[in-house]
Design a protein around this ligand. Structure first.
Ligand code: ZN
Ligand code: ZN
Length: 328
């Protein structure tokens, strides 16, 4: 029943081993009910509980760090990386690089209970616009090589606060996984010619079995080598290497694709915990890169085989997942 599938971009393997007796919701680790709003630091009037904002979208002339914002970006109070460190390399036997970087929280809405899957098209578009703006700003900072935008929804996805938020980490190196992806795009270009993801998108559009949804500019599909049940990937159909350089009119279509994709996941899985991230080129702007956004419902646990071998076991075939997600 099991099948080893190769993930070319990540140069890794997954085991797809469908457990036929289970239905989609049997797998799901549901997100918690929302926590105590009175202790939430992301409410109107609680702006003083976070570090001072670095960016905000505001409806009126309201002052920074007061109510009146629609989306607010603040430094993480407990940052993994901080601009106050220097990116000095220390190498004796081991190597370290200081803790230099930026770690920001994007508070997506003032409404504690209004999560991404409930957002209007316009709200999703504004959030994507903010991601892009922060990415542009952070790539302009000295010594920053990579900016990773990601979101953790629900406790099984690592969210410690339930108020709708995303995070951005800008760091002085390219994370290993992204470095592999960059290398694999280059490998495909050298060995086969062209772009791997353009070729994959063409293939998925012609075969249709893993397609979930599409609009004129974006494809939503379940990758052949999905490492998690109901993983979906959203990618521009056109070859675009940099999310930071995406033009405004693309964001409307990306919003439609993301809202639809997440909406289908919530229809089928009923409030799953999930992670979301954007893989884009590094600051060096590798033009052979093709950016994409993955949504990973957190359904299976990372266990011995994953930690020891780096191989994920996916108990739901991407073809079955796509079929369920298409129907809705
Ligand atoms: Zn809140
Ligand atoms: Zn491409």
């Amino acid at each position: 029943m099991g099948e080893l599938r190769y993930n070319y971009l990540w140069n890794t393997w997954v085991v797809v081993a469908p457990e036929r007796k289970k239905r989609p919701h049997d797998f799901v680790l549901k997100a918690d009910g929302d926590t105590d709003i009175s202790r939430c630091p992301f409410e109107y009037g609680k702006e003083h509980l976070t570090p001072a904002e670095v960016f905000a979208l505001r409806d009126d002339d309201s002052a920074p760090n007061t109510p009146g914002w629609r989306i607010r970006v603040v430094p993480n109070r407990y940052p993994a990386l901080s601009p106050s460190y220097t990116p000095v390399q220390i190498a004796n036997f081991h190597t370290s690089l200081g803790g230099y970087g930026f770690h920001e929280v994007v508070v997506e809405t003032p409404h504690h209970y209004r999560h991404l899957h409930c957002f209007s098209l316009k709200e999703v578009e504004e959030l994507l616009w903010v991601y892009r703006e922060r990415m542009r700003t952070l790539y302009a900072m000295k010594e920053i090589s990579y900016v990773l935008v990601f979101k953790n929804y629900g406790q099984w996805a690592g969210a410690s606060l339930s108020h709708p938020h995303s995070q951005i980490i800008a760091m002085p190196l390219i994370p290993p996984l992204v470095k592999t992806v960059i290398g694999q795009f280059k490998r495909f270009l050298d060995e086969e010619g062209g772009c791997y993801l353009c070729a994959e998108i063409d293939f998925e559009l012609s075969s249709q079995v893993r397609v979930v949804y599409q609009n004129p500019l974006f494809l939503v599909y379940a990758p052949f080598y999905s490492y998690s049940p109901f993983q979906i990937r959203i990618a521009p159909k056109e070859h675009l290497f940099s999310f930071a350089d995406v033009e405004d009119h693309y964001l409307k279509y990306l919003s439609d694709a993301l809202k639809t994709g997440i909406g289908r996941l919530f229809d089928v899985l009923e409030n799953p915990c999930y992670n979301l991230y954007i893989h884009t080129c590094s600051r060096a702007k590798e033009e052979f890169f093709h950016w994409y956004l993955d949504v990973i419902p957190r359904i299976t646990h990372i266990a011995g085989f994953e930690l020891g071998g780096g191989v994920f076991i996916n108990p739901v075939s991407p073809e079955q997942a796509a079929q369920l997600l298409r129907k809705r």
